[in-house]
Design a protein around this ligand. Sequence first.
Ligand SMILES: Cc1cc2nc3c(=O)[nH]c(=O)nc-3n(C[C@H](O)[C@H](O)[C@H](O)COP(=O)(O)OP(=O)(O)OC[C@H]3O[C@@H](n4cnc5c(N)ncnc54)[C@H](O)[C@@H]3O)c2cc1C
Length: 412
Amino acid sequence: MNSPSPALPVVVIGGGIVGSALLHTLAHRGVDAVLLEAESELGLAASGTNSGILHTGFDSTPGELETELILRAARIRPAILDALGVPVIACGAELVPHTEEDAETVVALAAGAAANGVEVEIRESDGALLVPGESVSDPVAFTAALAASAVATGARVELDARVSSLTPGDDGIEVETSDGRRFAAAAVVNAAGLHADDVARLIGDDSFEIYPRKGEFFVFRLPDGATLDRIILPVPTKRTKGVLVFPTLDGTVIAGPTAVDLDDKDDWTVRPEARDEILAKAVVQFPALEGLEPIASYAGLRPAGRGSNYVIGSSEKDARLINVAAIRSTGLTASLGIADYVAELLPSIGVEVGPLQPPTPAASTPAAAPAPAPSGPWWRRTAEHRGALRAAGAGTGAGAGAGAGAGEEHRA
Ligand SMILES: Cc1cc2nc3c(=O)[nH]c(=O)nc-3n(C[C@H](O)[C@H](O)[C@H](O)COP(=O)(O)OP(=O)(O)OC[C@H]3O[C@@H](n4cnc5c(N)ncnc54)[C@H](O)[C@@H]3O)c2cc1C
């Protein structure tokens, strides 16, 4: 392996939550770092179209890398969220059993949670599993705050910077964007989400493949200003994890997501049948949704690995390219654990990494923010960008119709 020049920065490709957490961690560990994001804003892909839930890892498989990084993130994240002023609803979650099989699953989940060191409790009255540590965040604010804090600490963010070529050399890797910007990098971290496989192929690495797993959501406003005070998770079955119902920071309630495997990485539409699929399950969890018209819908695409999950490590073609790919379902939660793990890999390829410094406080970051703060709720901004915000239910099956759609509400 060629040794990198210490004068060169580390280039992070992709400005989702994972790339932004990487930038934050590198900047706060004394590493010169530059983030290149293809879009004109950060967090417009999976990181801006998810459930926004910070999981505890209570139901994660003990021993897997994903679980390890969820648990590692849980140790690092609270101080950073606090220092950066990222909003969080620390409401906890509950899973209510509806069948004998569900009740057995709850007992098994409680045992798994204990193995992961996550606090849970079984409620005596109905056998529900309570997970007090589960919380809801604003994933776009989280992404933007991490990047802004990194920039305030000396890192750089380049927007509209789609990486189109990687050329390994003696001192490092030359990174070029589609509009001709060039960056000499000591090492490159590939956090390009759905396109991480395309980026890896730029140096001939075709060791993994990413496909989109679509998740659709419907947004509701409860009557009389009511809100939901907890995350309602379904008890998983052998067939499905089911849909959840959760509150948002702007006072709405969201039901979803679906899980539909696709080939098209640009299909952010909500399928006509998604509404009935979600509502049938959501109403069982939260009967207050019965008969309500959704005010909006949106879809996210999980960057799923074909036969792989959490592909993190040096590329087999050049160790100075570190792939951070197939972060399918828990990247919001695990991002700071992933970044910590990657920072520990860098010394083995010759990049010096210092100890983690306390986060740069939010008060000092606005001037350095790489993009204007989004107006309106995060789920609306990203859905609009993707062209997926539509009159909810328009053209859909039973129950669809002339109710207030998202577009109408938006114009009002
Ligand atoms: C429906 C759904 C529900 C989810 N719910 C949760 C949840 O509740 N909790 C949780 O923890 N996780 C959840 N997730 C998972 C989480 O959203 C992802 O794991 C996480 O967003 C992945 O982050 P990322 O930064 O790897 O990818 P992305 O957010 O997809 O970011 C990748 C970025 O790379 C950029 N890029 C791509 N190619 C290039 C290039 N050539 N050059 C430069 N930039 C490039 C893209 O524009 C994009 O901004 C959910 C995901 C979905 C879709």
